[in-house]
Design a binder for this molecule. Sequence first.
Ligand code: SF4
Length: 256
Amino acid sequence: MGVRKRLYLGLLSATLLLFGGTIVYIWLTVFQRDGGLLRYFFAAAVIVVLFVLLIVGLGFAGIVLSIVSDRSFKVLDGPINFTVSILYPVVIRLGKLFKIAQDKIQRSFVEVNNQLVKARRGSMNPGRLLVLLPHCLQDRDCTNRITTNEKNCRRCGRCKVGDLLALGERYGVHVRIATGGTLAREAVKQLRPKAIVAVACERDLTSGILDCIPLPVLGVTNERPNGPCHNTTVRPEAVENAILFFLKGGNNYVTP
Ligand code: SF4
């Protein structure tokens, strides 16, 4: 397991320990001492939290098992999705406490997510795959309105948008360029894909992946030689590999 993946998984396990420890503390300090009605209230609260912890524990076990064995366990999909979405804000806060940069955690999260998506088996129809590109890939001086209609791109070669649109045509997949989460959500709502290849920075990929749960999203991190949100770029081969993974993926992707 790579170092990057270990960061997110380490923080996730620390979060679980933290919650488990809190339950034990409440049990020992409040529940054991209080003999009144409050005792029953705490007992009910502890049972609910233990139930949530059980699902989260199953989700965590599912994540680790999938990564280690490179296989998916369909029965654990629900707990995995629940764990990832409910604990993400806690993981970020815990990382802050340990003074770990947020983008480092997000990079680790995207890697874990990609590994979980890749652990699925089978192949899918190109018409159900959506490639989402960020607007910042467009050359800053280009005036063509590609977010309203990607066909407005003249494919002049000044930025990678033309190459990526050609890639989409070659494989028959949908390609949309979004300025932010709202446009991306609209594209998902309109096209109803079964899977997504998303290009963006770690922060946007993370929020997009969390937004789309349970839809599988393969994240491709963009390169930012001119700083964030400005004339960014991406290797078309990386996007092509992600597309091929869903279409053929070693013939090993199963639509959810
Ligand atoms: S390839 Fe050319 S026309 Fe297309 S978005 Fe980039 S700069 Fe504009």
